[in-house]
Design a protein around this ligand. Structure first.
Ligand code: TNX
Length: 529
C-alpha cells in the first residue's frame, strides 16, 4: 500500500511487532533520519530512541554502498528486527517514509494510540527513484499562505518522496520576501488593497468585482531559513523563485523607477499578465542581483528560479531608454533583449556557483544561457528543444501537471482557473517524451506539480487541489515500474486514510466535498476554459 510504489518488494511470512518501548537505533551518521522516523510514528506507538544495536527493533544504518543509486534505500523486516540501509542520508529519509507507510494509518497520530497493534510485515524492499527532480510547487504570491502551512507542505512532499519544493515567492500580486536593501518591498509590495472576486470573463459578473479586503503577508529570512533546514532534514530542497522580468508589478508599485513608464501602479488586484514589466536598465539589473544575493544567503539550493515567463513586450517597445539600450547592445528584438537579460542573471548566478532555472520562455530570442535548466510548462516542446540542445529540463506541462486546473467535470468542483487534469491524467503522464533519444532523455531531470494560487485562497483550498493528484505525480516521478492504474486505485484509497489522520482536505475519490469558500471567488463554477 505504499505510494509511490517501490521498485522491488519481496514479502515473507510473519511480522515485526512495534510496541511501546520498541527502540529505533541510528548507526553513525544516521541520527537525522532515525529522528525523522521517530517524529513520524514514534508518538502513536510509543517508540523510543536508543543506542544499543543489539536492543534495536528498527536499525537505521548508513552503509558504504558505492553501487547503490542516488537516494536509494533497502529495507529488511524480519520477525525480530528491521534494518533500513542506504548509502546516503537522502536514501534513509526515503526509506523512513516507506517504514511509516507499512504501518496502519493511525501510526501517524501525534499522540499515543491505544488498542491498536502496530506491526511491520516481514519483507524486503529495494527501492530507488526514477528521477532526481521530483517537485511540488506552491504560489504564495497570489495568495499568501501562513508559514506553518509551508512546513506542513514540506511534510507532505517528503511523505510522497518528493524532494524539491519550488516556492514561487514574487509576482504581480505580492512579494513574500523582505530584502533589506529594498525595504519598500516589505512595506508596499507585500500587500494589495483588494482581490478580484470570481473569474475574469465570467458572464454573470460583467463588471469585475473586487472584494475590498487587503491581502498580504511575508516571510522573514529567519523563517525561510528554518523552513530550508526543516526541509533538508526531510530530503527536500527548497528552490526559491523570483519572477523576472515580467510579473513584477508589485515591485514596481514600491519602486516605480524599476518600471518602464512614469505611471504609478499599485500591487495588482487582478489575475492575468500585467503589462508593467521591468525596465532593462543598470538600476534594475542591480536590483535583481541585490535581491538574488539576499536570496542566496537564505537558500542554499543549487537551483535558483528566476521566472522568465509571460513578459509582454509593449512597454519595452514604447520605452525610448529600453530601445536605446537594445540598439546599443546590437540586439534585433525585444525577445533578444529578454534573452540578454537572462544571460546577465545567469552570469551572476554562475559566479555564485548556482544554476539558473527559468520557464520555457527563456528559450526565445537567443541561445540558452550556459548551464541553465528549463522548466517546460507550455507543453513539452520547450523541454524537448532544450534537452536536444544538451540542457537539463524539468517537464511540467500544464496538461497534466497544473493542479490548479479542475480535477473533474462535476459542476460542484470549486471555482478553478480552467482546464481539466484528472487523477488518471496525472497518473498516466510520462515525463520523457517518446521521441527523445536516450542522450536527450538523460537531460530530463524529472517532473513537478504546480499549484498556482489565484483561486486557492488558503491552505484548505491548496490541499483540496493538491490531493490526491500530487500522490499520482509522486508515483510518476519516483517509480520505475510500469504505470498500473488498477494498483494505484487500490493503494490511493488506503493512502487517503493517512491523509485523513493528518487532517488533509483532499478531494475524495467519489467527488467534490461540500466546499467552504473563503477569500476570492464564487463557489459556483461558471464556465470552463
Ligand atoms: C501561467 S506557468 C503562469 C502563472 C499562472 C498560471 C495559472 C507560468 C510560468 N505562468 O503566472 O499563475 O499560468 O495556471
Amino acid at each position: 500500500m505504499i505510494i509511490p510504489r517501490p521498485s522491488l518488494v519481496t514479502t515473507h511470512d510473519g511480522e515485526l511487532e512495534l510496541a511501546p518501548g520498541s527502540r529505533i537505533v541510528a548507526g553513525p551518521g544516521a541520527q537525522r533520519p532515525a529522528d525523522l522516523l521517530h517524529s513520524l510514528v514514534g508518538a502513536a506507538i510509543g517508540l523510543e530512541r536508543g543506542s544499543d544495536v543489539s536492543a534495536a527493533t528498527i536499525q537505521v544504518v548508513l552503509v558504504d554502498q558505492g553501487s547503490m543509486p542516488a537516494e536509494a534505500y533497502r529495507l529488511r523486516v524480519g520477525t525480530e528486527q528491521a534494518v533500513l540501509e542506504a548509502g546516503s542520508v537522502a536514501g534513509l529519509c526515503n526509506g523512513v517514509q516507506t517504514v511509516a507507510q507499512l504501518l496502519p494509518a493511525t501510526a501517524l497520530r501525534r499522540s499515543r494510540v491505544a488498542g491498536t497493534r502496530f506491526a511491520l510485515p516481514a519483507l524486503e524492499i529495494e527501492d530507488a527513484p526514477r528521477f532526481s527532480w521530483r517537485g511540488g510547487h506552491l504560489d504564495v504570491s497570489r495568495h499568501f499562505m501562513p508559514a506553518s502551512f509551508l512546513f506542513r507542505f514540506v511534510d507532505l512532499l517528503a511523505m510522497h518522496k518528493l524532494n524539491i519544493f519550488h516556492l514561487h515567492l514574487t509576482d504581480d500580486q505580492g512579494w513574500r520576501i523582505a530584502p533589506a536593501r529594498y525595504p519598500l518591498l516589505a512595506e508596499v509590495s507585500s500587500w494589495r488593497r483588494s482581490t478580484l472576486v470570481g473569474r475574469p470573463g465570467d458572464p454573470t459578473r460583467p463588471v469585475p468585482e473586487l472584494d475590498g479586503t487587503p491581502h498580504g503577508g511575508l516571510y522573514d529570512w529567519d523563517c525561510l531559513r528554518d523552513l530550508v533546514s526543516y526541509a533538508a532534514e526531510r530530503n527536500v530542497t527548497v528552490v526559491p523563485e523570483i519572477d523576472l522580468p515580467g510579473h513584477v508589478q508589485a515591485a514596481i508599485a514600491a519602486y516605480p523607477e524599476l518600471g518602464c513608464t512614469s505611471e504609478r501602479v499599485e500591487v495588482w488586484d487582478r489575475w492575468g499578465i500585467s503589462k508593467h514589466v521591468l525596465d532593462i536598465s543598470d538600476k534594475s539589473l542591480r536590483f535583481c542581483t541585490d535581491v538574488l544575493a539576499e536570496m542566496l544567503e537564505a537558500f542554499p539550493s543549487k537551483y535558483i528560479h528566476v521566472g522568465g515567463d509571460e513578459c509582454p513586450r509593449d512597454q519595452w517597445r514604447e520605452s525610448p531608454t529600453v530601445q536605446t539600450r537594445l540598439a546599443s547592445l546590437g540586439l534585433g528584438s525585444e525577445d533578444a533583449l529578454q534573452s540578454w537579460f537572462t544571460r546577465k542573471l545567469n552570469d551572476y548566478l554562475r559566479s555564485e556557483r548556482r544554476t539558473l532555472v527559468g520557464w520555457d520562455e527563456i528559450l526565445e530570442g537567443g541561445p540558452l544561457p550556459v548551464g541553465a535548466t528549463v522548466m517546460s510548462w507550455r507543453g513539452e516542446s520547450g523541454g524537448i528543444t532544450a534537452a536536444r540542445a544538451g540542457f537539463d529540463v524539468v517537464m511540467c506541462p500544464e496538461t497534466p501537471c497544473y493542479l490548479d486546473h479542475y480535477q473533474s467535470e462535476d459542476p460542484d468542483e470549486p471555482l478553478a482557473i480552467g482546464g481539466l487534469n484528472t487523477l488518471e491524467d496525472v497518473y498516466a503522464y510520462d515525463p520523457v517524451p517518446s521521441d527523445l533519444d536516450s542522450e536527450a532523455a538523460r537531460h530530463v531531470l524529472g517532473t513537478e506539480f504546480l499549484l498556482w494560487s489565484e483561486y486557492l485562497p488558503d491552505p484548505t483550498a491548496v490541499e483540496y487541489m493538491a490531493f490526491p493528484r500530487a500522490a499520482a505525480l509522486a508515483e510518476v516521478a519516483w517509480s520505475n515500474s510500469q504505470r498500473d492504474v488498477v494498483s494505484f486505485r487500490i493503494r490511493i484509497a488506503a493512502h487517503l486514510e493517512r491523509l485523513d489522520v493528518l487532517g488533509i482536505n483532499y478531494r475524495p475519490l467519489a467527488g467534490p466535498r461540500p466546499w467552504q469558500r473563503g477569500g476570492t471567488g464564487a463557489r459556483r463554477r461558471v464556465f470552463r476554459a
